[in-house]
Design a protein around this ligand. Sequence first.
Ligand code: TYD
Ligand code: MG
Length: 445
Amino acid sequence: MSKVRTVLSCRECGQQLAQWAGRCPGCGAWGTIEERGGRGPAVELGTLEHEDADERRIPTGLIGVDRVLGGGLVPSTVALLAGEPGIGKSTLLLQLAAGLSAAGHACLVASGEESRRQVSARARRLGVDGSALSFVSGRELPAVLEAARSSRPVLLAVDSVQALRDPSAGQTPGGTSQVRACADALIGLAKAEGVSVLVTGHVTKDGDLAGPRTLEHAVDVVLAFEGDPRSGERMLSAGKNRFGAEGEVAWFEMTGTGLREIDPAALLLPGGDVVGAAAALPLAGRRAFAVEVQALVSGGDTGTGRRQVSGLDPRRFQLVAAVLETVGIRLGRADVFGATAGGARLGDPAADLATAAAIASAASGVPAPRATAFVGEIGLTGTVRPAPAMNARLSAAEAAGLRTIFVPEVVSARDDLRQVPVGHALEALAWAMGSGGSGPSPRAS
Ligand code: TYD
Ligand code: MG
């Protein structure tokens, strides 16, 4: 490789610097200082970055992770793996590191969450070869930086950013200025040593990164690891990726021996004729996937009127249940529970119509039509509103073997998909109306 003089400059304001800094002295932006080859500034930076990144990518061996990353890890970059406690961040980190080291790439694991003994016990449990991994305690930042500088691994895996402490930054570990100082130091290390850094970060139940949001702006890639910790399925998606592939998704199952990649089609329970289930086609980033929404209506008039969800947005669920009342599906004091297959988290309002279908099915005892999905946001009056990215949703439906889609509007005809446009929720739920079931029966009108 020919040696080129590197130029450090701010991505935002273009200010050039002699030395890397976490914050641009010119415009004050965080994490915008980056290296450019000294071949003249007239090259289009975005293109160069991507080409450059693609040339140097290192496949991790986990196909889904590579897809989400855009083709593998990129040297000199920092990726944040964000997720709630217990979701499987440490497990994924160790599996990635072990996979890379098995392929001959030196990996350094810096864990401040677990001792060396615990990490090696976890590796044993996962059935991965931990012997080729290097370990350093991830509690003190200077020790981690020192270990990485002297061993120059391909991957530095830090677990977690909140457990790391920069003695020069005051405050307690996990605090705002601590997290920021540690992230800046890791970014500096990545740029200076060509190391790829993957760092875990805990997020709260509300999905907020504990510590500053600026961390998300500072790093190159933000990977969100989500799912219901009580169930096995996990979804990995790139919320931010400076090297393309934003919106890619990978699914995993947490097994007794670690995370195993699964085919997203598994989120759609096979068959049909299941009462209280309906397929939704929500978006995750730019991709859509097919997932089953499930509902249970119990207690009838002796219930407490509870509306409880797992994986679904509780406010949208309440709204959908309330709208169903007005169109003749009487829920009254019944307890209504909603969930997603595999604990997938749906924030997409276009999942409303599937939620409505699942509740209507549970309430009427009539299964939703076979191989059918429901797309659309429901308004207060029961009208079905258009949903963005319909083409991605239709592709997901096709891939999942669904044949009929209730849609707010037909976007583009597809040979093997029947799109049924519906302006009102009622039109999509006709099958559930007017039949007796085990649950509260629809009100005669
Ligand atoms: P972990 O990776 O420790 O989560 P995080 O670092 O995000 O807090 O894993 C969380 C849970 O996964 C843990 O409670 C136990 C479970 N688990 C398995 O089911 N199988 C396994 O092989 C491992 C390592 C963990
Ligand atoms: Mg952990």
